[in-house]
Design a protein around this ligand. Structure first.
Ligand SMILES: Nc1ncnc2c1ncn2[C@@H]1O[C@H](COP(=O)(O)OP(=O)(O)OP(=O)(O)O)[C@@H](O)[C@H]1O
Length: 250
């Protein structure tokens, strides 16, 4: 579980995060949604420690990140897996080498133990036959799968995904959503996804937090979101034709 408590963050006097609190539970796909420029990425970066908050705290299963020792921060970082927008694979490495990369940097496993782990996670994401391919030789959806395998290969406890569906066709996007949801349950991960994608929200939004201009305006889940009251959220939702159709609106 990750608890975000009263996070405030400003840049050059401009408030970007205004007293944000949320609880992201384990074994659940937690989503942060909102329009562009509303503070989602800054919040994600603050949670993972790339930014320091002006005030407030972030607790990883009770361990406060920003005020803890360098050693503890290092330990928590080792438990974090990130799936970046655009996958961010190393072009010059094979699929298997990409997945192996965190193990080379952060683990003292033997080479054969690393082989076993890489093979296990490649198989889990359905890429056992693509181990020796280069990222340029596989599709965008397969690249995301490599990114997912790389994110969890260190037995991660926390999985952060920044726009995991960007650039994918709807069917592939659906498959990636399902995979993220499945592994969240399977490995009891605390998963936090930043997304604009309403299809993802309606498929796997077990906890959804909506941000507007640096504020948390609403929280709920996929079953309650279409009845949410805040105007900013309604405007966000009903700008999507499919959602309007679903609600029987024009
Ligand atoms: N390093 C920075 N220095 C100064 N301002 C920043 C910095 N990073 C983000 N901002 C500002 O913080 C605000 C929120 O940006 P953020 O990237 O979090 O939005 P977002 O909701 O993730 O948008 P998008 O969906 O387009 O990625 C914006 O006004 C942005 O210009």
């Amino acid at each position: 579980m990750i608890e975000v408590k009263n996070i405030r963050k400003s840049f050059q006097g401009k408030i970007v995060l205004n007293d944000i609190s949320a609880t992201f539970e384990k074994g659940r796909t937690n989503m942060i949604i909102g329009a562009s420029g509303t503070g989602k990425s800054v919040l994600l970066k603050t949670i993972v420690g790339l930014f320091s908050p002006d005030s407030g705290s972030v607790l990883y299963d009770g361990r406060e990140f920003h005020s803890s020792t360098h050693q503890m921060q290092k330990q928590i970082r080792r438990e974090i897996g990130m799936l970046f927008q655009g996958s961010a694979l190393f072009d010059s490495m094979t699929v298997a080498e990409n997945v192996r990369f965190p193990l080379n940097i952060h683990s003292d496993l033997s080479e054969s133990e690393k082989d076993d782990k890489v093979n296990f996670y490649l198989k889990r994401v359905g890429l056992e036959n693509a181990a020796n391919k280069m990222p340029s030789e596989i599709s965008g959806g397969m690249q995301k799968r490599v990114g997912i395998a790389r994110a969890i290969v260190m037995n991660s406890q926390y999985l952060f995904c920044d726009e995991p569906n960007s650039g994918l066709d709807p069917q592939t996007a659906w498959m990636i959503d399902q995979l993220i949801h499945e592994i969240t349950l399977e490995y009891n991960l605390t998963t936090v996804i930043v997304s604009h994608d309403m299809n993802s929200v309606m498929e796997i939004g077990e906890y959804i937090m909506f941000m507007f201009e640096g504020n948390k305006v609403w929280e709920g889940n996929k079953d309650t979101i279409l009845d949410a009251e805040p105007k900013a959220l309604k405007d966000f939702l009903f700008s999507n034709k499919l959602v309007r159709t679903f609600k029987g609106m024009q």
